[in-house]
Design a binder for this molecule. Structure first.
Ligand SMILES: [Zn+2]
Length: 387
């Protein structure tokens, strides 16, 4: 009996090893066949629809069955909770996406203990990537801020603004002139003692000019802006945020800003990182305004089209389209499609409902199943560390 047992053990072990061998051989073959799928993306584009959840996507999709967000094959569901809170704000969730770490609500790329978290843009910069941010809010608002600044209160937008002088971001499109032209910096002790400088306000745009940034603060300049060579640019077109899409006063769409940003960033031979945010989807959901919500999603979806067209023509760009959290507890009930009567809101605030993640390009297959928002930051950092 003992003999048999030994033989059976040996046979089982052999079979196991043999299986292992076959399995690893199969993986290797698949890898070689896939080729491109396994190559590291040179460019990474993260699109964040602030506050857009499954409910609002459903309503938008029934109105536009040809929506760009319906073109993706890789889809995941993502949890968005913050450190110590089930319901996140844009600061904590933006931090998770930008750094791969959870933090408390209100904190921008800082841990609750106050230590700074390195952002994907800061890491990308060190790796020679060009970096860009395109938003319909002020560029100092919570989500964009998470990619280039470190503050313990998202409301401190003057402090956030000052971080642009670190030159983490090469290309900025959005609003926020007021925060950039009159930022108050704390006096240094030398200044206090010597009493040399009485006015401690500073025009950051003047400083950025000195750092060779092209500065654009009016629409005509924006429309005609079409640089032949790579350059750093800050285009801020409104004192704070761009007007809402539903108002009819938004003079540049997210798509137009995205096109210009891609045109510039793609001129960097070493690739780029770009974050694009449909910032005001969230605000319309807070206001429980169905019409406004769908108009903002439409503005966002058209920018998705531009990004997909860009990425589909090449094989080196990873596109991730997601949301930082759901807002409004949006439900789709019976009603008349097109009359904006199908949406019901169950909240005027953010919710903890999972949000979808749509992805395309090399590495996009990583974004499947149920993931956490920190997974995006962690995966982007993994890709950057391998480049
Ligand atoms: Zn919000």
């Amino acid at each position: 009996m003992k003999k048999y047992a030994t033989i059976i053990t040996i046979l089982t072990l052999f079979n196991f090893l043999n299986l292992q061998f076959c399995f690893s051989k199969e993986i290797k073959t698949t890898k070689t066949e896939k080729g491109l799928e396994d190559s590291k993306p040179k460019n990474i584009i993260i699109m964040i629809a602030d506050g857009m959840g499954i409910g609002s996507i459903t309503a938008y999709y029934y109105l536009n069955t040809n929506a760009s967000i319906s073109k993706f094959k890789n889809i995941a569901l993502m949890t968005t909770h913050a450190e110590g809170a089930l319901v996140t704000d844009s600061a904590a969730s933006g931090t998770a996406i930008a750094t791969g770490f959870k933090t408390k609500n209100g904190y921008i790329s800082k841990l609750p203990d106050g230590s700074n978290l390195e952002t994907i843009m800061e890491i990308g910069k060190k790796k020679g990537k060009a970096t860009g941010i395109v938003v319909t809010s002020s560029i100092t608002h919570a989500t964009p801020a998470a990619f280039y600044s470190h503050v313990s209160s998202r409301g401190n937008e003057n402090e956030i603004a000052y971080f642009i002088t670190n030159q983490t971001i090469d290309v900025f499109f959005g609003g926020g002139i007021s925060f950039l032209t009159t930022t108050y910096i704390p006096k240094t002790s030398y200044q206090e003692e010597s009493n040399q400088i009485t006015n401690n306000s500073v025009n950051l745009l003047e400083i950025m000019k000195y750092f060779n940034y092209k500065i654009i603060t009016n629409y005509d300049e924006f429309y005609s802006y079409n640089p032949l060579n790579y350059e750093k640019v800050i285009s801020v077109l409104e004192p704070v945020h761009l007007p809402s899409a539903i108002s009819g006063n938004r003079k540049v769409s997210l798509k137009e800003m995205t096109e210009k940003a891609l045109n510039i960033l793609s001129k960097n031979p070493n690739g780029f990182l770009l974050m694009i945010e449909g910032s005001q989807i969230d605000w319309e959901a807070h206001g429980n305004n169905a019409k406004g919500l769908l108009a903002e999603i439409d503005d966002f979806d058209k920018a998705v089209e531009t990004v997909l067209n860009f990425a589909q023509k090449r094989n080196d760009t990873l596109v991730i389209v997601t949301s930082d959290h759901e807002t409004g507890g949006v439900s789709v009930i019976g009603g008349v499609i097109g009359k904006h009567s199908v949406i019901r809101f169950s909240s005027k605030d953010h919710t903890a409902i999972m949000v979808p993640v749509f992805s395309f390009g090399p590495y996009s297959e990583k974004f499947r199943g149920i993931i956490d928002n920190t997974f995006i930051g962690k995966t982007v950092i993994e890709i950057l560390s391998q480049n």
